[in-house]
Design a protein around this ligand. Structure first.
Ligand code: IPE
Ligand code: IPE
Ligand code: MG
Length: 243
């Protein structure tokens, strides 16, 4: 018997992924860790297609955290290699379907070649309106908030900002991507159940779904299972139940 196709009826504007488990995926196969990162890139474009299918406009991918500098330089280099390859391979397609690429994180510490590829992709796609892919690179939630506070304080000191005018919404003007909406659904793969300094401000009311599937194995079916789980949640935002 044909199963009814899943219809996503709950509002879902922004899904954020903590793409974890690449290393374990590789080592469990007797492969070097970096091959897990290579395989990981293929999932990004596949999941982008699923997001389009369900009309999820904003997608955030945690590619490299402010804490990931603690890894061996060789692994960091591999990660940057694959990120460059991802953009080279996919940018024509992403652009052609109306995707705007944005980056959250301080690119000045990222090696020149990777930084250049990121800036090119951002510039080339800046007027696209249909989809938004937010690549989080050298990103930390605390870092984003501290930088925003610093910038606001600087403007206030120069009399360009009235501190009393700052509120929860306008504070976001100082974030990496000011128009990025709150995260509706945060998915972390690989069985770890922590936020690891991701989107601390934007996840204040997100639904969290943790799956044991490692990111390189996180394909359409596993993602749809997370969407189904999300659909079952009762989002109350401090009020009373909607259901
Ligand atoms: C996630 O996979 C990728 C990054 C953090 C860049 P990991 O490399 O953390 O994989 P595990 O957690 O060691 O398996
Ligand atoms: C989080 O994964 C960062 C990214 C996915 C880029 P980690 O593997 O770095 O997180 P921890 O160290 O296990 O918390
Ligand atoms: Mg990890």
């Amino acid at each position: 018997m044909e199963k009814e196709p899943f219809v996503l009826s709950k509002k879902l504007d922004h899904v954020a992924f903590i793409m974890d488990g690449n290393g374990r995926w590789a080592t469990s196969r007797g492969l070097p860790r970096y091959l897990g990162h290579k395989e990981a890139c293929n999932r990004i474009i596949e999941l982008f297609e699923v997001c389009r299918e369900f009309r999820i406009k904003y997608m955030s991918f945690f590619a490299f955290s402010t804490e990931n500098w603690n890894r061996p330089q060789e692994e960091i280099d591999h990660l940057m290699d694959y990120l460059e390859l991802f953009f080279k391979k996919e940018i024509d397609y992403l652009d052609s379907v109306g995707t705007r690429i944005v980056v959250s994180g301080d690119l000045t510490r990222i090696r020149e070649k990777t930084r250049g590829v990121c800036y090119e992709s951002i510039e080339r796609t800046k007027n696209n309106k249909k989809w938004v892919i937010n690549v989080c690179l050298n990103y930390g939630g605390r870092d984003e908030i501290v930088r925003a506070a610093r910038q606001a304080a600087r403007l206030a000191k120069e009399n360009q900002l009235d501190p009393a005018s700052l509120d929860e919404k306008s504070f976001r003007d100082f974030f990496w991507v000011p128009d990025l909406p709150d995260v509706d659904l945060l998915i972390r793969t690989s069985g770890e159940e922590r936020i690891s300094n991701y989107m601390l401000y934007q996840c204040a009311y997100s639904e969290f779904v943790f799956t044991g599937v490692r990111w390189p194995d996180f394909k359409r079916d596993a993602f749809v299972a997370c969407l189904k789980e999300y659909q079952r949640r009762d989002r109350r935002f401090g009020g009373l139940t909607n259901e």
